[in-house]
Design a protein around this ligand. Structure first.
Ligand SMILES: *[C@@H]1O[C@H](CO)[C@@H](O)[C@H](O)[C@H]1NC(C)=O
Length: 220
């Protein structure tokens, strides 16, 4: 009897943790919580404070932030995200949308989003996409316009525009209002302050000259 009771408790707790683990951001307690972007807050909480619901406007739930491409970076891509500033109505809803522009031969290099899964639809161009699971197995796929691909939460992934003529345009939904991004190369060779050379030499099995060269190439 005693043993059964403990077993049941473990089963229940197991379920509880499992459910907690697969959930994205916390569930909203109200219909919405339009982010208060005007009043700077001097306290910290998990999210952004809401405005008085009486002052809510339809425009809080709309944005043109993704209507134009942003400036290309050193890898020749740009990602523009909705967030609680340009789309205050998404606060607490556990999602954002991203516009991804990738130039000819451009690459969104291997990176991860610690707080979100991502589902991408390719609108224009042609992409080679892929992610690596925690056993270092690689999953890749070639996308044509209209094709979707999903990147599981926290796993390292990339998007490469294999088209040598046309830029690629894709749109992603991410399952957090603050997905976070860590680009693998920058998070190792372009940190402030730098990761000690010894660590990078040993970690990547390269010499000091290689470390200097990679740092310089990445603008670190
Ligand atoms: C995208 O472009 C905007 C401005 O055009 C810039 O502020 C932002 O840093 C760029 N993002 C990336 C990931 O290149």
């Amino acid at each position: 009897m005693e043993i059964n009771y403990i077993f049941m408790l473990q089963l229940l707790l197991g379920r509880f943790f499992l459910l907690g683990y697969v959930r994205s951001d916390p569930e909203p307690l109200n219909d919405y919580c339009v982010a208060d972007t005007k009043n700077p807050h001097n306290f910290f909480l998990n999210g952004v404070p809401c405005i008085n619901p009486d002052h809510t406007l339809a425009s809080h739930f709309a944005t043109s932030a993704l209507s134009k491409p942003g400036d290309l970076n050193q890898f020749r891509f740009n990602v523009t995200l909705t967030n609680t500033n340009n789309l205050p109505g998404l606060n607490t809803l556990g999602l954002v949308m991203a516009r991804i522009d990738i130039a000819v031969d451009g690459l969104v290099p291997p990176h991860s989003h610690p707080r979100a899964s991502e589902v991408t639809i390719l609108l224009k161009g042609s992409l080679l996409v892929g992610f690596v699971d925690t056993s270092n197995r690689l999953y890749t796929q070639r996308l044509r316009p209209g094709d979707c691909f999903v990147f599981p939460k926290g796993l390292i992934h990339f998007l490469y525009n294999t088209d040598m003529v046309n830029p690629a345009l894709a749109v992603s939904g991410l399952s957090s209002q603050n997905p976070g991004t860590q680009v693998s190369s920058l998070a190792t060779f372009a940190t402030r302050p730098p990761i000690p050379d010894e660590v990078l030499k040993k970690g990547f099995k390269v010499n000091g000259q290689d470390v200097i060269k990679i740092r310089k190439n990445l603008g670190g």
